[in-house]
Design a protein around this ligand. Structure first.
Ligand SMILES: Cc1ncc(COP(=O)(O)O)c(C=O)c1O
Length: 266
């Protein structure tokens, strides 16, 4: 495995990617939106790079599909996946998109009802895509819940959802930057999340005190230890936004941070 390095502003070093991805590369896998920095990665260009080298291109859409309009055909990815629970849907279910030509050549990895076409005591043949990969009784309630969540977001309008997220992140970055002792991470033009730290106050203390104000933020390494090492901090505080958040929530966050600083007498 080789890793595309990050530039200091939290964006991917695309020049390095060009050199790292060679004719020997089998898969280029990239997250669309960073769950720590909110960076929107240029996945369309990276898919083109993968294909230029004869590799498959895979996109982790866990943080992009809930917040941005995503068109798998336009991105020309071979596979893209996302989780239900980050999209206002149930947990334990997600979506894997794959180009039919790949899915048809892939072997199933789960065996059970519905994924076979014919079975005998000596062999079996697989059902068509997608049933080949849907072994056993499906997660019916999960599918219905996820479908409702997708319909809900689609009815709000994917562009409107993206615009709302962009405005909230822009406003949050602007207001947080005004507080002395705050350090913001990631590029200006991110989506959905804002990561920050407060001078001399451990992130988990910030989160615990904000919690008392009714503010749910996440603190720690956000399952991205190598990134945190690169940032040179053990953890950050992360505020994330969705369709139900408003600019007033940002004001409440700013007031909460000021209270935290008072507790620590900064
Ligand atoms: C970008 C990204 N990919 C994958 C995951 C994992 O998804 P899940 O919680 O469905 O395992 C997460 C968050 O947990 C994420 O932020």
């Amino acid at each position: 495995m080789k890793f595309i390095p990050l530039k200091n502003d939290g964006t991917l070093d695309l020049k390095a990617a060009q050199e790292l991805c060679t004719r020997k590369t089998k898969i280029l896998s990239v997250m669309h939106v960073s769950n720590v920095l909110g960076t929107i990665n240029p996945v369309k260009e990276l898919m083109a790079l993968a294909h230029d080298r004869g590799a498959l291109g895979i996109i982790d859409g866990a943080q992009s599909v809930p917040h941005l309009p995503v068109d798998v055909k336009e991105l020309n990815c071979d596979f893209l996946f996302f989780s239900g629970h980050k999209l206002l849907g149930p947990s334990g279910i997600g979506v894997l998109y794959g180009k039919t030509k790949h899915l048809e050549t892939m072997e199933p990895f789960l065996f059970g009802g519905d994924m076979i076409k014919e079975v005998s005591l000596t062999g079996a043949s697989w059902n068509d895509v997608p049933w080949k990969f849907e072994a056993g009784t499906p997660n019916i309630t999960g599918v219905i819940g996820l479908g409702a969540a997708i319909d809900y977001l689609s009815a709000l309008g994917r562009d409107a959802v993206a615009q709302h997220g962009k405005e909230l992140v822009g406003y949050a970055r602007q207001e947080l930057a005004k507080i002395p002792g705050i350090k913001l991470y990631g590029p200006e033009e991110g989506t959905a999340v804002v990561s920050f730290s407060i001078k001399s106050i451990p992130p988990h203390d910030v989160a615990a005190l904000l919690d008392r104000e009714g503010l749910a933020v996440r603190a720690g390494n956000h399952c991205a230890m190598p990134l945190l090492s690169k940032l040179g901090v053990p953890g950050t505080v992360r505020a994330s936004f969705s369709v139900y958040n408003t600019p007033e929530d940002v004001d409440v966050l700013v007031a909460g941070i000021k209270k935290v600083q008072e507790v620590f007498r900064q």
